[in-house]
Each structure stands twice: as structure tokens, then as C-alpha cells.
Design a protein around this ligand. Structure first.
Ligand code: ZN
Length: 119
């Protein structure tokens, strides 16, 4: 299999997963993630929560909020906006993260000073 075939297959997997999953609300998948992550939204595949936080409604609501951002912006739009904000303001201050911290019920202090709350 040459490089172009592999790239084509890779893009195909994303397009198929995007087509199937974007309209759905994913069930959280419990798995270990690198610290200090408590959860992750990885469009178009789903949301992932660490075993320790699997029953934490705040963490689940936070990742579902990112999933709604993905549904609103599309796969490319979500990735571009998330990476762009992350590079320009940093994870702690980026608007997409603050939106989900707020929506999931974090305190005002934790919305604006996330690392002080969760390391
Ligand atoms: Zn987040």
C-alpha cells in the first residue's frame, strides 16, 4: 500500500465516522487518558472519560459540550477553531473551553482559572 492510498484511507475513515456520528449524542467511553486529563472529546469518534471520572456529571457535561461545538462547527471548523484558540490564548483562557466549563456548572473561579482547580 503506497503513501497516497494510506492517506486516502485515513481521510475516508474520518469522513465516514463524521457522517455516521455527527448527528448522534455519544455515550462516554471509559478509558485511561494522559494526566491531568479527566476527559476528552475526539470528533468524529466520541467522548472519552477516565475511570476515576466516569460517573462525574460535570466532566461528562463538559465533554458533551465540546461535542455540541463539533456538531455546530463541523469537524474541520471545530479542529481549526480549537487549535487556533489554543495557540493564541492557551488552554486556560480559550473561549471554547470556558464555554464548556460554564455550561457544565464549574464555579466562576474554575471557569477562569482552570489549572488552579484541576492542575
Ligand atoms: Zn474542554
Amino acid at each position: 500500500m503506497n503513501l497516497y492510498t494510506k492517506i486516502g484511507l485515513g481521510i475516508g475513515i474520518f469522513v465516514i465516522a463524521d457522517t455516521i456520528n455527527r448527528q448522534r449524542t455519544p455515550k462516554p467511553i471509559v478509558m485511561n487518558l494522559p494526566k491531568p486529563m479527566r476527559g476528552a472529546c475526539i470528533p468524529p469518534f466520541g467522548i472519552f472519560i477516565t475511570p476515576k471520572n466516569a460517573m462525574d456529571p460535570t466532566v461528562i457535561a463538559h465533554e458533551l459540550c465540546h461535542w455540541q461545538q463539533y456538531q455546530r462547527l463541523g469537524l474541520i471548523g471545530f479542529a481549526a477553531k480549537y487549535i487556533g484558540q489554543s495557540l493564541s490564548t492557551g488552554y486556560g483562557k480559550m473561549g471554547m473551553e470556558k464555554e464548556c466549563r460554564q455550561q457544565s456548572g464549574e464555579s466562576n473561579h474554575c471557569v477562569n482559572h482552570y489549572r488552579q482547580c484541576y492542575g
